[in-house]
Design a protein around this ligand. Structure first.
Ligand SMILES: NC(=O)c1ccc[n+]([C@@H]2O[C@H](COP(=O)([O-])OP(=O)(O)OC[C@H]3O[C@@H](n4cnc5c(N)ncnc54)[C@H](O)[C@@H]3O)[C@@H](O)[C@H]2O)c1
Ligand SMILES: [Zn+2]
Length: 582
């Protein structure tokens, strides 16, 4: 996102002093001041509470969107916005593109007290709707928690509990100078004449917000961002003891750093480190972590931090979902697969002797923070495998993104920081968009994520999960699905070739022959022979089957997936033979 810093935006929950702080900060900067709620009241000649009561919240949000659009056309204005405005993605996008966002924080108890005092001071003003319920403090807590992921996207957060309005305004101005890299003259020129549109130096790393029916949370992607893990967790309203769950490989590289970062942010930290490998995603190891948590007297508000690849994320998330009936948790994915796939969507779980991921839950994290810098230590084959799901996201939903990958593949494969962060952020956003629409995989919308996976699961199962990394099987499976799409007349040959070419440039196998060749070139050659009969029988056992028919995800074009469940077996077999070079 290209950002300007023409304005300064103040958000936060009711009772955090937004309007007064905005006014005071504007005075100090010699800028204009604008409060969107006041604007709305002036334009409609009705107090906001009355608009809510008479016309409904929907109407108010419309008016608010318009007011924000108008405000964002201003320059050098301190804009106070309503506490719920930033929840709307359009509002956020616009505000973030034109200004720096400051969030004023306060504990629910502080907010309650301030609102209560305000109501008592001027009894004629209506008691705010927040106070007019049975348990106002609980209501404040709930509403605030639901907005916290959006507040967490602010560029700067100020805890106002122990500060006066003047002190908060001073901090706003100080932080504005720091973030914008500007030191405005104490008596700046009249606002219209001052140069505006300077580039933002502050971090610009919110990839997306996953917004499901049960929860919403931000996904941060940024090079070097791991250093801000503690800060981001605080901004997400988390505090207390953090238990890091990791595997030996990852913890030996990043464990000390992450422990320090969390301690510096004020968390107490414990770490539970498991052996690496898929076998660890088991009930035995979940029990080991439960034991660790019991021993360390973990409480319900404490936090689980998953630091590692998808294995760690699935296992730690499963523990977070079940221990004490659910603890807050944070995903810090360190593998490419985990950054763009496993950490997003809230599927957590462990394997059972009879099948992968048989035991689990949908349990969304409070935030996801991906630092692509950690990929520098990821083994090459794991990295390559991760690109398959990224390419998949372009293929099923986003042609422009696919083209971006085509244009930058060699730099991406070399982990060029800026491009890498962009690719991961976009890919994560595509996955987030899909899972936001179908959190629990009930409405079939998640099905398109299975592009390439029907054949992939067949290949993986037929080789007992020993020969292929998941992404390798998916790459071959996507080639199969594209060829099938072509045979059935959906997809032009040129698109099949483009897909294949891109996968190859990322170093992924695109047929079973190519896969065998790349294994011979230096990777361990598995003795497991591949039998096509086993592949097809495994495919029929594929869990994505509906009734008796497999639901195939095919392509109509690059960026456009379609779902079909009535494919002739003859065609499927022909494609498998083609992949095997038989
Ligand atoms: N929940 C979901 O929606 C979802 C989606 C896709 C995959 N998954 C699950 O994710 C798992 C696969 O994830 P994965 O590929 O990340 O596997 P993984 O977690 O086993 O990591 C692969 C290997 O890389 C190492 N590693 C990870 N990050 C590293 C780093 N930065 N530096 C050095 N080494 C590092 C790990 O120790 C491990 O040895 C599977 O269990 C799969 O079922 C879950
Ligand atoms: Zn996959």
């Amino acid at each position: 996102m290209d950002r300007r810093i023409d304005n300064l935006v103040i958000t936060g929950f009711s009772g955090t002093g937004k309007s007064l702080v905005a006014k005071e900060a504007a005075r100090r900067l010699n800028w204009d001041y604008l409060d969107t709620d006041e604007e709305i009241a002036r334009r409609t000649a009705k107090p906001v509470a009355e608009i809510f009561r008479q016309d409904g919240e929907g109407r108010f949000r419309e008016l608010e969107r318009e007011a924000i659009r108008r405000a964002c056309q201003k320059r050098q204005t301190v804009i106070a916005i309503g506490g719920g405005a930033i929840v709307d993605p359009q509002n956020y996008e616009l505000l973030a593109r034109t200004g720096l966002i400051f969030c004023l924080e306060a504990k629910p108890e502080t907010i309650y007290e301030r609102l209560f005092r305000a109501a008592a001071r001027s009894p004629k003003t209506e008691v705010r709707p927040l106070l007019a319920v049975d348990d106002p403090l609980e209501r404040i807590r709930q509403l605030k928690a639901s907005r916290q992921p959006h507040y967490a996207k602010a560029d700067w957060t100020i805890h106002t509990d122990d500060l006066s309005i003047d002190e908060v305004a001073e901090e706003v101005v100080r932080a504005w100078r720091l973030l914008s890299g500007t030191h405005p003259h104490p008596n700046p020129l009249p606002s219209r004449e001052r140069k505006s549109g300077s580039r933002l130096k502050a971090n610009d790393d919110v990839a997306c917000v996953v917004q499901t029916k049960t929860q919403s949370y931000p996904v941060f992607v940024g090079y070097g961002l791991l250093n801000k893990l503690g800060e981001k967790m605080k901004q997400a309203g988390l505090s207390g003891t953090a238990t890091i769950i990791s595997d030996e490989n990852v913890f030996s590289i990043y464990g000390d750093t992450v422990e320090r970062i969390l301690k510096e942010a004020g968390f107490a930290v414990n770490s539970s480190v498991m052996p690496p490998g898929e076998e660890t995603k088991s009930m035995d190891h979940a029990v080991k972590i439960y034991d660790f948590l019991v021993e360390h007297r973990a409480e319900r508000d404490d936090i689980i931090v998953a630091l590692g690849g998808g294995m760690v994320g699935d296992l730690a998330g499963f523990v977070a979902a079940t221990f004490l009936r659910g603890m807050p948790w944070v995903q810090a994915p360190t593998s490419l697969v985990a950054m763009v796939d496993a950490s997003i969507g809230g599927k957590v779980g462990i394997n059972h002797a009879k099948g992968k991921n048989l035991v689990g839950a949908f349990y969304q994290p409070n935030l996801v923070l991906a630092d692509p810098e950690t990929l520098n230590t990821l083994p090459e084959r794991e990295l390559t495998s991760g690109w398959a799901e990224i390419v998949k996201h372009g293929l099923i939903l986003d042609e422009e993104f696919f083209e971006f990958l085509e244009s930058n593949v060699s730099k991406l494969a070399k982990l060029e920081p800026k491009l890498l962060a962009r690719a991961i952020a976009r890919s994560a956003a595509i996955k987030a968009q899909v899972v936001s629409q179908d959190e629990k995989e009930r409405e079939g919308k998640r099905t398109i994520l299975n592009y390439g996976h029907t054949v992939a699961h067949g290949l993986e199962a037929a080789t007992r999960y020993k020969r292929f990394l998941h992404g390798e099987a998916v790459a071959i499976g996507m080639v199969g699905a594209a060829k099938l799409s072509q045979r059935l007349g959906f997809l032009p040959a040129a698109a099949v070739e483009r897909q294949q070419a891109l996968l190859q440039k990322f170093g992924l196998p695109t047929s079973l022959r190519a896969e065998a060749a790349s294994q011979r070139r230096g990777r361990q050659r598995s003795n497991l022979k591949l039998s096509l009969a086993e592949v097809t029988s495994a495919m029929e056992l594929d869990k994505k089957m509906k009734g008796k028919e497999i639901r195939w995800v095919l392509l109509q074009d690059i960026g456009q997936a379609v779902i079909r469940s009535d494919l002739p077996k003859k065609e499927v077999l022909a494609v498998l033979r083609e992949l095997a070079g038989r």
